[in-house]
Ligand binder design. Structure first.
Ligand code: ADP
Ligand code: MG
Length: 331
């Protein structure tokens, strides 16, 4: 691949965002952010580890790695501005692949009015795509995981477990051999093209205090991060975890496992004062996004930094990752 031609082909003609003073074409990009705090996140996808040609098309690969970063911006309450792409192109692969990948990024970038402002290109043995996103928040207004307080309502956007179900369908040899149903295609799209909740997080700006996290590793894990950072206890109720109609095609235990531990839904989970929760719900409703109360923050001293799941009238500690099937659970 000829680097100069490649870069000139992916360079935007104009920039959407005013803070960008210099984009692609110099040694580094320059942004000006008066009165704002800069918010930065990076995510890396390695072929064969995070995706294969079986799970993502080139467009979806570009879309997804940017979406994952935008989800981090949403979880910080930040407005995304621009992104940079570090690419290890795989030796011998046709250039067309990369243009399609950039087209996938641009499809999402144009929706959120953000700009490609730089990157780096090298050739190597494996395809590695790393995207860095820059965003901004009004000074001192980033949403931290440490903001949860006892008495808060715990809420989550959208539905849980769909992306994991979709990935399982993609990898299942049996489904590969037949035509997919429409609900299966919906679940698969939830893995391939997650919607970062950027607009919702922006619309939450009037809410004074919020703890926010995005669901990359599963809600059990994300809630533990909030509980630990905020030094509180969180109790959620199994029956309240939002489930899509599509996911209900799977057995109940499978649904529950994916809802709690599946991850990659890129929904937002957060906590907010009880009296503010109706506003949060209304902001979601205005965007056609369901917001569900799933539990409470408490100050139970023994359980600080821990998460509990209430199910069938019993409360038990929720493990961070993966479902631990104890003998008492398999009745
Ligand atoms: P330098 O030698 O200063 O690192 P490069 O030749 O690597 O510059 O890059 C030239 C310009 O193209 C820079 O603005 C850089 O940010 C941008 N760029 C290089 N590779 C990519 C890429 N894969 N995606 C987006 N921008 C890129
Ligand atoms: Mg370079």
């Amino acid at each position: 691949m000829e680097e100069f031609t490649f870069i000139s082909k992916i360079t935007p003609k104009t920039y959407r965002q005013a803070p960008i003073i210099k984009g692609i074409g110099d040694d580094a990009a320059v942004l000006r952010l008066p009165g704002e705090d800069l918010v930065v996140a990076v995510d890396t996808f390695v072929e064969g580890v995070h995706f294969t040609d079986q799970t993502l098309s080139p467009e979806q690969l570009g879309y997804r790695v940017l979406a994952v970063n935008l989800s981090d911006m949403a979880a910080m309450g930040a407005r995304p501005l621009a992104y940079l792409v570090s690419l290890v192109a795989k030796k011998g692969r046709e250039e067309e692949f990369y243009y399609r990948m950039y087209a996938g990024m641009e499809a999402l970038a144009s929706r959120y009015r953000i700009d490609l402002i730089g990157g780096d290109t090298v050739v190597g043995e494996e395809l590695v795509l790393s995207v860095t996103v820059l965003g901004s928040v009004p000074r001192d207004q980033a949403r931290y995981r440490s903001q949860a307080k006892p008495g808060d309502i715990v809420f989550v956007t959208g539905s849980l477990g769909d992306a994991q179900a979709g990935l399982n369908l993609l990898l299942d040899e049996k489904t590969k051999k037949r035509k997919l149903t429409s609900w299966e295609r919906t679940l698969i799209r939830r893995h391939q093209e997650p919607e970062p909740r950027v607009d919702f997080a922006q619309a939450l700006r009037p809410i004074q205090r919020l703890a926010l996290n995005d669901i990359s590793d599963g809600i059990a894990n994300e809630l533990e991060e909030i509980a630990t950072s905020s030094q509180v206890t969180i109790v959620i109720e199994a029956e309240r975890l939002p489930v899509s109609l599509e996911l209900q095609h799977f057995p109940r235990l499978q649904q529950e496992e994916w809802k709690l531990f599946g991850g990659e839904d890129f929904e937002l989970v957060g906590t907010v004062a009880e009296e503010e929760f109706p506003k949060v719900k209304e902001i979601g409703r205005m965007q056609g996004l369901e917001v569900t109360a799933i539990g409470r923050v408490s100050s139970d001293r023994q359980g600080k930094g821990r998460v509990f799941l209430r199910k069938d009238g019993r409360e038990r500690p929720l493990e961070k990752r993966g479902y631990i099937h104890r003998s008492e659970d398999s009745e």
